[in-house]
Design a protein around this ligand. Structure first.
Ligand SMILES: [Zn+2]
Length: 268
């Protein structure tokens, strides 16, 4: 909030409400954002994943787009499906009770799916806004192998189809919005890795959340390494030579927190 105001946002409306045994202050804020025209040479790499829906790298900093809420709705959806099947199995198929339970669960599941849809819409919108502010003209999207593998190895055929469907839908939504703003979208397919050291090229599998290269000492939050490698790979393809990343400056990591009322913002 403070950061918003510092950046020139204006408070348009303020309201105090009493809800769930506490007072809440609701502020309607008008934020003015400076938009830069897309420059093709400004590139951002975007890694799509399961834990973090988006991890981006623009050559200087990694942004981890928080997906906790999105993930919790996805988990809720699976729980509801499992519970529905468990309860239905106890009833005679086609009976009045059976039909009633089926209908009730289907309604609840549809509601959760709408929520997921809405959150994905907000996430893609926030990413497009980030690109517009930064004047980014090229977005390199990496299809994370993990999602495909998970979809492939999922024993449940319905869930397998659903996972791929969901993922492709998010990708389409994102591409459509970016291209609508004149931003070029490039898809890189599974040809980058989260294990390669972006600085010296050594292969190293991190044991915990931190990636520390035993050869050159490059250290970073594990989840950012995929996006850094994706960026590097694309830049090397375009320039035809090896790209040296400014490791001595150190990469900067920022976690983006979800603001429920607004969209994703980069203010913690
Ligand atoms: Zn290294």
């Amino acid at each position: 909030m403070e950061e918003l105001l510092r950046n020139g946002a204006e408070i348009r409306q303020a309201e105090i409400v009493f809800k769930a045994f506490e007072y809440r202050l609701i502020l309607l804020v008008k934020e003015t954002v400076e938009i830069n025209p897309p420059d093709r040479n400004k590139v951002v790499a975007l890694d799509l994943g399961e834990i973090h829906p988006f991890v981006s790298f623009d050559g200087k900093e990694v942004l981890i787009w928080n997906g906790r809420l999105l993930r919790s709705y996805k988990q809720l959806r699976l729980k509801l499906i499992a519970l529905k099947q468990k309860l239905l199995a106890k009833k005679q198929k086609g009976s009045r009770r059976w039909r009633k339970i089926k209908r009730s669960f289907e309604r609840q599941i549809a509601k959760v799916e709408r929520k997921i849809e809405d959150l994905e819409h907000k996430l893609t919108k926030a990413f497009v806004k980030y690109c517009k502010v930064k004047g980014i003209g090229t977005v390199v999207i990496g299809r994370v192998k993990g999602i495909r593998d998970r979809a492939k190895h999922n024993k449940n055929a319905n869930q397998k189809i659903h996972l791929m469907w969901r993922f492709n839908k998010l990708l389409q939504k994102l591409k459509y919005k970016l291209e609508g703003e004149g931003i070029v979208v490039v898809e890189e397919d599974e040809s980058y890795t989260t294990q390669l050291c972006p600085v010296c090229g050594n292969k190293h599998k991190p044991k915990d959340r931190n990636y520390i290269c035993p050869k050159c000492g490059f250290s970073y939050h594990r989840d950012g390494v995929g996006a850094i490698n994706l960026f590097k790979k694309f830049m090397e393809k375009v320039s035809g030579s090896l790209v040296k990343l400014p490791v001595d400056r150190g990469f900067h990591k920022k976690t983006l927190f979800r603001r429920y009322a607004a969209s994703w913002t980069d203010t913690p």
